[in-house]
Design a protein around this ligand. Structure first.
Ligand SMILES: C[S@@+](CC[C@H](N)C(=O)[O-])C[C@H]1O[C@@H](n2cnc3c(N)ncnc32)[C@H](O)[C@@H]1O
Length: 495
C-alpha cells in the first residue's frame, strides 16, 4: 500500500504528498527548500530490506557512480523500544568475565550493594571492559540497530535541521557542531555528505564527536573519511573529514569541547545510555533498588535499608511532577546524569548561542521501570553476563525541559514531538521521492522500508516477507526535543 502511494507520489508530488502527510500543511519552507536541494539524489544506503544491512559503507553507491552493485549483509534489526523484559533470570557463563570480576570486587570492597546507576555506568562505559568500549555493537554482528543505520535519510534530515538553525543564528562563519554518542558516525556522515553542496554552511563547521569508546572513535574516523593533516612547522595535527572538508575532533565528554563559538549539539540515542537510579515504593517510603551478590555469588536486586544520596534527585524529579502522577506509581526511575548534562547544554547554549536537538525514545513525564538489556537483538535479563548486552532506559523529556529551564533563562525548550512529525515536517517524504527516482528496485525496496521504520507506527502494512521480520515503525516511539538560545527564535519545525 505504502509502496503504491509513494510511486504515485513521485508522479504527482504536491497533491499526493499533502494527502499522505496531513501535517505537511505546516511545512517550513526554508527546511523544505534545503531538503529538496540536498547533495546527491542517489541512495547511499542500498539495504535490501528490513532484515538487510550493509555494513561496509564503502560499497554504497556514491554521488557519481550509480552503476556500482552494492553487497548487502543480512542482519536482524530490532526496534529496541517495542520489546519487553523476560520474567526469568537466565544463568550466566560459568567463568566470570573481567567486568563481572570488577563489579563483584566493588561490591565486596564496599561491603555492600551498588546502585543500578553505578552498575549501568560500569557495564556500558568501564574503560577496560564496558559494553561500548572494545567493539562495534551495531548491525549484523552487533546487538541493535539505530535510525541512522536504518536509512541515510535520517542523518540528512538532521542536517536540514542544523542548517535551518544555522540560518536562524545569522549564518555565523564559525560554528561548533557537536554530536554526543555518535556510534559508528553514520548520522554525521550522512549529515556532512547531504550538506556538502551548501559550502557556506559546511565551511563554518568544526565537528566535535563526543565518544567514550576508542573502538567507535576509530570507526567514526573511517566513516567520516578523515585524513590527518600535519600542520606547517610540525605544530600539530589537524583531522579533516573529506566528505565536506570539515575539521573533526574527538572528546570523551562535552566539557572538553572548546566553548566560545556558537554551538549546535545533536544527541541521538545518547540520553538513553545515561545511568538511571531506580526507586521502589515500600511501607518505609521510597527505597533505592540496588545490586548485591547472592550467597552463590550471582548478582541480585535488593532494596536499600536507608536513604541513599540519589534520593535528592528523586525529590527534585517529584517536585516537577503533579502529585497524582507520582501517586499512581510504585516504581520511579531518575537520571541525574541527564539532568546534569541538560544543564551543561543549556548553559553552553546561553553563553555561546545555538541550540541542541535531542532524539530518543521515552516519555514526556515520569518514567517508572524501563531499564532493559539487549544482546544480539534479543531482550535478556539486566543482571545476566554484564558487559555483553546493551543497557538503556526511557528518556524522561519532561525532566530535560525542567533541567534546561532551571539552568538558564536564556534558553527555550521546544517539543517533544514525535519523530514522525519531526521528520515529516522537515520534508522526508520529498527526500524519499527524490531518492526513489534514481534507485534500483532493490534500493527502492530498502528506501521504502527504511522510510517506514523512521516515520511509521506499528507494523508495516506493505510487508510481504516473513511475519516475524515485519518492520515496526519508530515514528511515534521516538521523540524530538530542541533547546535553543532565545535569540534564535523558535527552531524549525517546532513553530
Ligand atoms: C545507543 S548508542 C547511539 C549511537 C548513535 N547515536 C546512533 O544513533 O547510531 C550510544 C553511543 O553513545 C556512546 N556513549 C555512551 N555513554 C557515553 C558517555 N558517557 N560518554 C561518551 N559517549 C558515550 C556510545 O559509545 C555510543 O556511541
Amino acid at each position: 500500500m505504502l509502496r503504491l502511494l509513494l510511486l504515485q507520489a513521485s508522479v504527482n508530488r504536491r497533491t499526493s504528498s499533502a494527502c499522505l502527510y496531513p501535517h505537511l500543511a505546516k511545512l517550513s519552507s526554508p527546511a523544505l527548500l534545503l531538503t529538496r536541494c540536498l547533495s546527491s539524489s542517489s541512495p547511499q544506503i542500498p539495504n535490501g530490506s528490513y532484515v538487510e544491512h550493509l555494513d561496509n559503507k564503502d560499497n554504497h553507491l556514491d554521488n557519481n557512480d550509480n552503476q556500482t552493485t552494492p553487497q548487502a549483509t543480512a542482519t536482524i534489526s530490532i526496534d529496541r523500544s517495542g520489546l519487553c523484559n523476560p520474567p526469568e533470570h537466565s544463568h550466566g557463563p560459568t567463568s566470570d568475565s573481567e567486568l563481572v570480576k570488577h563489579l563483584k570486587g566493588i561490591i565486596k570492597f564496599r561491603g555492600g550493594p551498588i546502585s543500578v546507576a553505578e552498575y549501568m555506568k560500569e557495564v556500558l562505559t568501564n574503560p577496560k571492559a564496558g559494553f561500548y568500549i572494545n567493539r562495534d555493537v551495531f548491525g549484523a554482528e552487533g546487538d541493535f540497530i539505530t535510525s541512522p543505520e536504518v536509512s541515510q535519510m535520517f542523518g540528512e534530515m538532521i542536517g536540514v535541521w542544523a542548517m535551518c538553525l544555522w540560518e536562524q543564528m545569522g549564518q555565523p562563519n564559525r560554528v561548533n557542531l557537536v554530536e554526543l554518542g555518535p556510534g559508528r558516525g553514520t548520522l554525521m556522515m550522512d549529515l556532512l555528505r547531504g550538506a556538502s553542496k551548501f559550502r557556506h554552511f559546511t565551511e563554518s563547521l568544526h565537528v566535535h564527536m563526543v565518544e567514550c569508546s576508542p573502538t567507535l572513535q576509530k570507526i567514526q574516523h573511517q566513516n567520516l573519511k578523515c585524513v590527518d593533516d600535519h600542520m606547517a612547522n610540525n605544530v600539530g595535527q589537524r583531522t579533516v573529514s573529506t566528505l565536506a572538508g570539515t575539521p573533526v575532533s574527538w572528546h570523551a565528554a562535552l566539557e572538553q569541547v572548546p566553548s566560545g563559538l556558537p554551538t549546535i549539539i545533536i544527541a541521538h540515542e545518547f540520553y538513553d545510555a545515561l545511568p538511571v537510579h531506580q526507586f521502589q515504593r515500600t511501607s518505609r517510603g521510597w527505597c533505592e533498588k540496588m545490586i548485591d551478590l547472592a550467597e552463590d555469588l550471582t548478582f541480585r536486586f535488593v532494596l536499600s535499608p536507608q536513604p541513599t544520596p540519589a534520593i535528592l534527585s528523586l525529590l527534585k524529579r517529584c517536585k516537577w511532577a503533579v502529585t497524582e502522577e507520582i501517586a499512581k506509581l510504585d516504581q520511579i526511575e531518575v537520571c541525574p546524569k541527564a539532568m546534569d548534562l541538560t544543564q551543561s547544554i543549556a548553559k553552553r547554549i546561553s553563553y555561546d548561542g545555538g541550540g541542541a536537538l535531542i532524539i530518543d525514545y521515552g516519555l514526556n513525564g515520569v518514567v517508572s521501570d524501563s531499564l532493559q538489556a539487549i544482546r544480539k537483538h534479543k531482550f535478556v535479563n539486566i543482571l545476566d553476563d554484564p558487559g555483553s548486552a546493551d543497557l538503556s532506559a526511557y528518556v524522561d523529556f519532561d525532566s530535560i525541559r525542567h533541567s534546561a529551564q532551571e539552568a538558564s533563562g536564556e534558553v527555550s525548550v521546544h517539543g517533544p514531538m514525535t519523530q514522525s512529525q519531526f521528520l515529516g515536517s522537515l520534508g522526508i517524504n520529498f527526500r524519499v521521492e527524490a531518492l526513489l527516482q534514481n534507485s534500483t528496485e532493490e534500493q527502492a525496496e530498502s528506501l521504502r522500508t527504511g522510510y517506514w521504520r523512521l516515520v511509521g507506527e506499528g507494523e508495516a502494512p506493505f510487508w510481504e516477507g516473513p511475519e516475524e521480520e515485519v518492520p515496526i515503525g519508530m515514528g511515534t516511539r521516538y521523540m524530538a526535543m530542541a533547546i535553543v538560545n532565545k535569540k534564535q527564535g523558535v527552531p524549525v519545525p517546532f513553530q
